[in-house]
Design a protein around this ligand. Structure first.
Ligand SMILES: Cc1cc2nc3c(=O)[nH]c(=O)nc-3n(C[C@H](O)[C@H](O)[C@H](O)COP(=O)(O)OP(=O)(O)OC[C@H]3O[C@@H](n4cnc5c(N)ncnc54)[C@H](O)[C@@H]3O)c2cc1C
Length: 348
């Protein structure tokens, strides 16, 4: 059966993933396949390759650290296309395929007068990962605009449409990262966007300050997108120049008692109420207090402008990234008694 798949699809062997992950890690995939349409996905799933081999579904590789070569199949979704599903005077439902570049899609929608994605421009990666990760920035999350997700079950090849509720979205989280992890390939995503330019969200302080600086009182979504792009440029590395996986660690959540204890020793500790009597600590602040901001361990460093971001100083390997990450986790735990979890996905 496998030989049929190999003949039907463009399957490559021993492929470097360096240009397929934003950290620029030169791991190799023993098998690499890029489905371009529904037929390719069906062939791949019906051929049973993913049932017999270890696999990883890759989007733009912007939240991934390949620690070593991947002995198995890397499936990189390469299906493209954006279409309008329905439209009225106020709203439009747009379907975008998984392989579309997220930021290009968000800018395109904003330019076309379809709003809701303006705060999410410039997030690296592809459309297919947006519901998996529930990407978010500046007060907006993908879950706010996702109407449905079209996905293929890997075990059966059956197509399923997930409603927004089915996706069980949480903070950078969804059903696809939990009970349905590695069970579905997201093929396309439907977004419900609106046409009212006054509905754009500007309450996030960085955005409202950016608009004030530009003397913009009633911003258009396009102006909001431009402010967001400017803020991101100042804070985050351009992955075309500096390899990274964005925020490497999650902001840890602690209870009230733990926060009180920490505040005795560190009265300026950065924290926010996160509901249920819990508090979110700023991981970047904790890392900075351990002296890591702008510092390096060999060829991997902590970005000088944002301590949450680990960067490739040139030619680093995934295991070097992992080593720095573990060192930071240990240092933060020793100093604060708080264990950081990685937001970036470590693929071993
Ligand atoms: C500089 C920088 C800034 C960033 N800023 C933000 C930000 O502001 N907000 C934010 O939320 N994230 C941010 N990120 C993280 C990253 O951009 C997002 O997590 C993004 O959604 C990852 O998309 P991707 O296509 O690169 O997915 P990948 O990194 O390739 O994969 C991520 C996960 O999604 C799964 N996946 C991908 N595609 C599919 C598919 N078609 N079907 C099933 N599973 C799939 C993968 O298996 C993996 O588990 C940033 C990253 C960088 C490098």
């Amino acid at each position: 059966m496998h030989t049929i798949i190999w003949k039907l699809m463009n399957i490559e062997e021993n492929v470097s993933l360096k240009s397929y992950n934003t950290f620029g890690l030169d791991a190799k995939a023993s098998i690499f396949v890029q489905p371009k349409d529904e037929k390719d996905v069906s062939k791949l799933l019906q051929g049973g390759l993913l049932a017999s081999e270890r696999f990883f579904i890759l989007g733009g590789g912007s939240n991934i650290v390949f620690v070593a070569d991947f002995a198995g199949v890397v499936v990189r979704m390469a299906n493209k296309g954006i279409s309008i599903v329905s439209e009225d005077d106020r709203r439009v439902v747009v379907e975008a395929q998984a392989g579309e570049v997220w930021s290009d899609f968000a800018w395109d929608m904003t330019r076309r007068g379809f709003y809701g994605l303006e705060n999410l421009v410039e997030i690296p990666g592809c459309v297919g990962a947006a519901p998996v990760q529930n990407v978010g920035a500046y007060g907006v999350e993908a879950k706010d605009v996702i109407k449905a997700v079209v996905a293929y079950e890997i075990a059966t090849g059956c197509k399923r449409i997930f409603t927004n509720t089915d996706c069980k979205f949480g903070y950078r989280d969804s059903v696809f990262k939990n009970e349905l992890k590695d069970k579905y390939i997201v093929f396309s995503v439907m977004f419900e966007l609106h046409k009212d330019r006054t509905c754009t969200k500007t309450d996030y302080s960085a955005i409202s300050n950016g608009l004030k600086e530009r003397n913009i009182l009633s911003p258009t979504p396009m102006q909001v997108a431009e402010v967001v792009a400017d803020i991101r440029k100042q804070k985050l590395p351009d992955t075309k120049e500096i390899g990274s996986a964005g925020s490497f660690f999650k902001n840890p959540i602690v209870g009230e008692q733990k926060l009180e204890l920490l505040m005795k020793d560190y009265p300026t500790i950065v924290h926010y109420a996160s509901g249920d009597g819990k508090y979110k600590l700023a991981a970047a602040w904790l890392i900075e207090q351990c002296g890591w901001k702008g510092k390096s361990l060999g060829r991997v460093g902590v970005y000088a402008k944002q301590a949450l971001v680990l960067v490739n100083n040139g030619g680093c390997t995934g295991s070097e990234v992992q080593k720095l990450s573990e060192t930071i986790v240990a240092d933060v735990e020793n100093k604060f008694g708080v264990r950081l979890e990685t937001e970036a996905i470590i693929v071993k």
